[in-house]
Design a binder for this molecule. Sequence first.
Ligand code: CO
Length: 470
Amino acid sequence: MSDQIVRPVKIMDTTLRDAHQSLIATRMTTEEMLPIAAKMDQAGFYAMEVWGGATFDACLRFLKEDPWERLRKIRKEVKNTKLQMLFRGQNILGYRHYADDVVEYFVQKSIANGIDIIRIFDALNDMRNLETAVRASRKEGGHAQVAISYTLSEVHTLEYYIELAKRIEDMGAHSICIKDMAGLLVPYEAERLVKALKSYTNLPIQLHTHYTSGVASMTYLKAVEAGCDIIDTAMSPLAMGTSQPATEVLVETFKGTPYDTGINQEILSEITEYFRPMREEALASGLMNTKVLSVDINTLRYQVPGGMLSNLVSQLKGQNAEDKYYDVLKEIPRVRADFGYVPLVTPSSQIVGTQAVLNVLAGERYKMVSKESKDMVRGKYGSTPVPIKEEIVKKIIGDEKPITCRPADLLQPELKTLEKEMAMYKQQDEDILSYALFPQVAMDFFKYREAKEKKVDLAVADKKNKAYPV
Ligand code: CO
């Protein structure tokens, strides 16, 4: 219709972060990314999510790569498109709360190494856990996006989300993301939610979802019609299943409408060709498990995010208890209710998931309790959406008293101590942060890096000797 307002929807491509995290256990290497990065830069994406989330850990732990080096290399190839990272508030990219000085330094170094947009979220939606990261992003000239962890429960009403959006705007964030990590947001609910948020805030609204329950493309369609400004998609070889809807499909969907993305399908098709063999190889090797590819409408009942499903499969495989998969899936929502209806996203997804595995394998609930579960009950991750029931508190931490302040208020600055501990391995300032987040894993990596460099030096010397025979 000619009187319609033209409002192109922006596309944020997740192929180099969330897509491979969700489908192939975060195993895409920098070497696999670089040959196509410049081409992706030409496609016309609003942004590319390339860093953060579990990629940092996976780089150091499994791929023996320096994550900072990866970021710099991608930045070199992607000259025009904004680069985004996923940042877990006071957890940064790790699994505990860090002192403010570490959070601030991490934000500073992320932006200095090439990040434009920092998507900051807290698993519990405790906004106190985001304040330091938002403030630091603004200070460093970055775009601070706050993501609301979307979940379903009797306490997660429209009013609850509107209240959060207002607080996010007051906090000074540049945009809001509805982060639906498990694919729980159904199309008409998305319409309702986006409309509601749009009427209470002027900030751009971005929607992030996963294909797990099979509704994601329709959810995007209704959300965009309702005023959603940006949607997250992945290139088709690494799309759908527990990943995002396919970029090419959404681009085509909006073509010739007021929401036309303006993205070039020719370029997309070249990018698809590049990633297609990666999918085939991952399927052949079993790295991509068909279990996470098919639509599972039970997701709506269990509320388990994509990354967590693939982790769960491998966790149970390691215990020779793959047959307990569905028992664990059923136990997860019960543990979640016990823990005050926390949204299931890193790290709460791991905490609830692991506790559910323990409850099932032990044959008795809370007979075995992880340290992380105890800390959740102690309030060390922040306040849960509703208070945890007295009987659960008692069962898990006995007579101990949970804390009620912002957890990081109890933490002393720790950067200086951390630097001292790893000084002999430091090759760049960023190494302090790698060590801060994953002390043991980073240390192993530093040693590996040093040994490798020595080997290269020896090889070079050796070659030189051979090149100039006497
Ligand atoms: Co995600």
